[in-house]
Design a protein around this ligand. Sequence first.
Ligand SMILES: Nc1nc2c(ncn2[C@@H]2O[C@H](COP(=O)(O)OP(=O)(O)O)[C@@H](O)[C@H]2O)c(=O)[nH]1
Ligand SMILES: [Mg+2]
Ligand SMILES: [Zn+2]
Length: 310
Amino acid sequence: MHGLVIKNTGSWYTVRTDEGLDVDCKIKGNFRLKGIRSTNPVAVGDIVDIVRNQEGTAFITAIHDRRNYIIRKSQNLSKQSHIIAANVDQAFLIVTVNYPQTSTIFIDRFLATAEAYSVPTVLVFNKTDILSDEERHYQEMMMRLYETVGYKCVAVSATTGLGMDAIPAMLKDKKTLLSGNSGVGKSTFINHILPGANLRTSEISDAHNTGMHTTTFSEMLELPEGGYLIDTPGIKGFGTFDMEPEELTSYFKDIFHFSKECRFNNCTHTHEPGCAVLKAVEEHYIAASRYQSYLSMLEDKDENKYREAY
Ligand SMILES: Nc1nc2c(ncn2[C@@H]2O[C@H](COP(=O)(O)OP(=O)(O)O)[C@@H](O)[C@H]2O)c(=O)[nH]1
Ligand SMILES: [Mg+2]
Ligand SMILES: [Zn+2]
C-alpha cells in the first residue's frame, strides 16, 4: 500500500492512503538521507510505502523519490536539519507593510531560497484593511516591484475577507507551503479558508510554538477544492545553503537578467569592471533593496565558508 504523509508528530506519521484512509505509521528501517542529518527522515508531502501490522497501525518501509524538499537548519550547534515538507508545488509568503512590517531582506531571502528549491512563490500582502494612505502607497510600490521581478502579488485582508475570493482557485490541487513572519496573519488566513481548522491566532500562540514543538510537528490541511495547505508554525523562512556566487545570482531573477551582460561570467557584482548589474542598480533598473538583499546573502556565504556542510 502507499499513501501521502499528511502529519508528523514526533516519531508518528499520519499517512493518507490512496483509498482515503488515514493510518498511523512509524518508520521501519534506516531512511537517513545522504549528507543530511535530519531530525525527521520522512516529512509531510512524502509519498511512502506502508505495511500494515496487527495493531491497526503500519510501518513506513520506503519513501518515493522527492520532486523537492524544503529543509530548515537548526539554530543551535547540533547541525541537525528538519525537513519541513516534501513535494511542494508552491509557497505563499504572507507579508505585511505594517503590524508587523515585513522587511524586504526577509522577502528577498525567502524568494531566493524558494528559487533554489524551484518552488514558485506568491506574495500575499495581508492586513490591507488597516493601512494608512502612506502605507497603502508603499504597498503598491512593493507590489509593483515584485511583479516586475516576476512574482505574483495579491492584496488581502484575512479578517475582513477583502481579496480572499481569489485565493481558493490559486490553491486548488496544489500543495502550498504557507510562510511568513510571526504575527502577519497566517493562522487567520488559514481559518478564513478552512473555517473548520480553528487555529489559534495572535502572537502568543506563536510564542508557544517556537521551541521543541515546531521541530517535531508539521501538518498538511486538506482543502475542500482539492490540494493541501502546509502549516508550519514558527517557520521564519527556510535556511540558506552552500552555493557559488553565480548560483546566488540565478536565484535573484532581476539580477540574473542583467548579469548576462557582465564582462566576466563569474562576476559577483560587487566591484568588477564591466558589471552590468552594478550599472543597472545605479540606473534603478534593479531596486536598491533587492541588491542589498543579494549582498547580504553573499556575505552570509563568506561567513559560512568554513562551516561544515549539512
Ligand atoms: N486588521 C487585521 N488584523 C489581522 C489580519 N490578519 C490577522 N490579523 C491579526 O493579526 C494578529 C496575528 O494574526 P495570526 O493569524 O495569529 O498571525 P500568525 O502569527 O502569522 O499566525 C491577530 O490579532 C489577528 O487577528 C488582517 O487582515 N487585518
Ligand atoms: Mg499562527
Ligand atoms: Zn556583474
